[in-house]
Design a protein. Structure first.
Length: 684
């Protein structure tokens, strides 16, 4: 056996682990599929011939048992979940080149081929073993249908194949105090004959393969521990009843789901290849393509020991890289139905924008297998401050200014120093994507947006345009081109936002190498909403809907209110009723923010210069500094109360009030109007 590495750089095959067709996709699953999607989109943007392959994992006793309990055939049962999974992935912009099924004739043929190759090469053996049998249910029990106490660390309620506490692997018969998961009765031991892959025969090969740069250092160290303990033959057959492929030369025996599930990577590739006039051999016969697997920590054993051994023993191409990500926690804890944090994809979509989750995950993902925490407080603040107030703000304000003050006409970029800084950041972003350091890429993307916002703020085109239209156009042209770069940099993460920006700028279809300051001498499209802010009410509604316990009525907050994420906020009482004459006395007008600066020694106050259609702009002091950085406000069209009596705040006389929604502090959203509405229009 040799550790032959894939040599072809022309083709890249990227896979995510196959979701089991026995339940819905939830936000924990989506970490992996979004991470993989970002990477494949980036590869394609940089000219790589990459495909994203996945499928539903459809076999095994759990599916056979659950289908039976619902009175349907397993084929109908898995078809329901296939449809649901495809719908949810599409809603989160996970763009598979193919999403197939392991219950296919292609997968049956590949399972037979690999089984025969392993036997021909001397890597299969037959053993009679004792298995756990439930006399009440009259069936041998699969690993996951036995629970008991871990034989190593004595953790209770562990499955029959692996301990979730200490990661020990073992046979179900090694469990202490085993119980049948179906009926709760203790099983008995019975002897049955099965086929094993001689995994121990691959020890030397695997030692070389895991140290060849295929695994992250943390995962390599972990796998080396398993190798030091010694590998045992791996049972790859199961007794019926079992939903799967019957072993060709063993009537009544079926391939274990963990044999044919990873083979689904190959069979799905074959289906895609047939549909596109390609040959699957170009990907899976040696030397083959560069194969990259994305998986979670929970299936490392299968993908770093069993799967490469099966490929090696069959003479097929080996993975070039296995990328392991950590597990998802929500607000620092394991996902919980009681706390409302066990959230299915479809439930999330009823309340929150999928772009927000893609951005948040990207901003927290690195090349290491670290766990990722979804803190909803951090989620809200990062979306609002980074994606909305920084990135989208630069794009919107420059495009909006061009449309409202320059008839949409963009000049020719001429600031070489600014372009050089921007292109240096684009190089950084590309390097971060390549290294799977997505959170660093997001950080650099925000630096690029900062560069544009500061440029816009410092050159004050809203002032300059009154005396020198072309000077103002020059400033806006540079900022529009930074918006164009942001659209490219963001496309792997938030493709919908990127597509809108590129459509407005006329740059659709840009590849990474095309990105430069080339939006020039043209009329761009009109500004439109790019991405909305997160409201706390949306998060509260999602968590409350998913909580198993009833939501308590509004009332005085408990002593530990900060830790309770599912409680409804206390209702804000209505103000006393007023008559129409009093309401009509309030003058509301549209205003455009021209300048914004922080008030000295006042953390919450900003001094705004607002055009409300009068000969000179008004000075308004607004308590919105925690929700909006000053550079993110210029160019926004807001609603202003214009007939308030002047009031001195921190030595500054304020002539009016801008309207905002929220409870104050960081929880504020300005009331805005369309960018093409001129200042001074009455709001009725």
């Amino acid at each position: 056996m040799t550790n032959e590495r894939n040599s072809s750089e022309d083709k890249v095959l990227v896979t995510a682990a196959l979701p089991y067709a026995n339940g819905s996709i939830h936000i924990g699953h989506l970490v992996e599929y979004i991470q993989t999607d970002i990477y494949v989109r980036f590869l394609k943007m940089t000219g790589r011939n990459a495909i994203y392959v996945c499928a539903d994992d459809t076999h095994g006793a759990p599916i056979e048992i659950n289908a039976r309990s619902q009175g349907v055939e397993p084929e109908e049962f898995i078809a329901r979940f296939q449809e649901e999974h495809e719908r949810d992935f599409k809603a989160f912009d996970v763009d598979f080149d193919i999403f197939y099924s392991t219950n296919s004739e292609e997968n049956r043929a590949w399972a037979y081929r690999i089984y025969e190759a392993l036997g021909r090469n001397g890597f299969l053996e037959e053993q009679s073993i004792e298995q756990l049998y439930c006399e009440k249910d009259e069936r041998f029990l699969p690993d996951r249908f036995v629970k008991g106490t871990c034989p190593r660390c004595e953790a209770v309620d562990q499955y029959g194949d692996v301990c979730e506490r200490c990661n020990a692997t073992y046979e179900p018969t090694s469990l202490k105090d085993p119980k049948c998961s179906l009926c709760g009765e203790p099983p008995v031991g019975r002897t049955s004959t099965h086929i094993f892959v001689r995994l121990d025969a691959f020890s030397d090969f695997l030692k070389g393969w895991i140290t060849s740069g295929t695994l992250q250092p943390e995962i390599r160290n972990f796998v080396e521990g398993w190798l030091r303990e010694g590998l045992r033959p791996w049972c790859v057959t199961r007794d019926g009843p079992y939903f799967g492929f019957e072993v060709p030369d063993r009537p009544g025996k079926f391939f274990y789901v963990w044999l044919d599930a990873p083979i689904g990577y190959i069979s799905s590739t074959e289906k895609w290849a047939k549909d596109h006039g390609k040959d699957v051999a170009e990907y899976w016969e040696r030397p083959g393509a560069k194969i990259v697997h994305f998986i979670g920590k929970d299936i490392v054993y299968f993908h770093t020991l069993f799967w490469p051994a099966v490929l090696e023993g069959s003479g097929l191409a080996l993975p070039s890289r296995v990328v392991v990500h950590g597990m998802l926690t929500v607000d620092g804890e394991k996902m919980s139905k009681t706390r409302g944090t066990f959230i299915n994809a479809a439930e999330y979509l009823q309340h929150l924008d999928p772009q927000w989750l893609r951005y948040y995950y990207a901003g927290n993902l690195s090349s290491r297998p670290d766990d990722l925490d979804l803190s909803f407080e951090d989620f809200k603040n990062r979306i609002n401050s980074e994606l909305v107030n920084n990135v989208a703000n630069l794009c919107h304000r420059s495009i909006s200014f061009a449309g409202s003050r320059l008839e949409g006409k963009i000049g020719r970029p001429s600031d070489g120093e600014l372009e050089g800084k921007a292109m240096d950041l684009m190089k950084e972003i590309r390097e971060h994507y390549e290294a799977l350091e997505f959170r660093k890429a997001i950080r650099s993307i925000n630096e690029l947006a900062d560069l544009g916002n500061v440029y816009f703020q410092d050159r004050e085109p809203w002032k300059v345009v009154k005396s020198d239209v072309e000077a103002a156009r020059a400033t806006v042209t540079e900022c529009v081109n930074i918006a164009g770069l942001l659209a490219v940099a963001l496309e792997p993460v938030v493709p919908r936002l990127s597509a809108v920006i590129q459509e407005i700028l006329g740059t659709a279809g840009r590849k990474w190498d095309d990105a430069c300051f080339d939006v020039a001498d043209r009329t761009i499209g009109s500004a439109r909403p790019l991405v909305s802010r997160v409201d706390q009410e949306q998060i509260d509604a999602l968590l409350a809907r998913n909580a198993a316990a009833p939501v308590p009525e509004a009332g005085p907050p408990p002593a530990d209110a900060k830790t309770k994420r599912t409680e409804e906020p206390a209702a804000v009482p209505d103000a006393p009723t007023i008559d129409y004459e009093k309401f009509a006395a309030v003058s509301l007008k549209t205003g455009r923010i021209l300048e914004a600066t922080k008030v000295e020694n006042a953390d919450r106050l900003l001094e705004l210069k607002v055009d409300v259609g009068e000969p000179s702009p008004r000075t308004i002091v607004a308590g919105i500094a925690e929700a909006y950085p000053p550079e993110g406000l210029v160019g926004r069209n807001v609603v202003v109360v214009t007939n308030l009596a002047p009031r001195k705040l921190r030595g500054i006389v304020s002539h009016g009030m801008v309207l905002a929604v929220g409870d104050g502090g960081k929880d504020l959203t300005l009331v805005e109007v369309a960018s093409d509405v001129p200042p001074g229009k009455p709001v009725r």
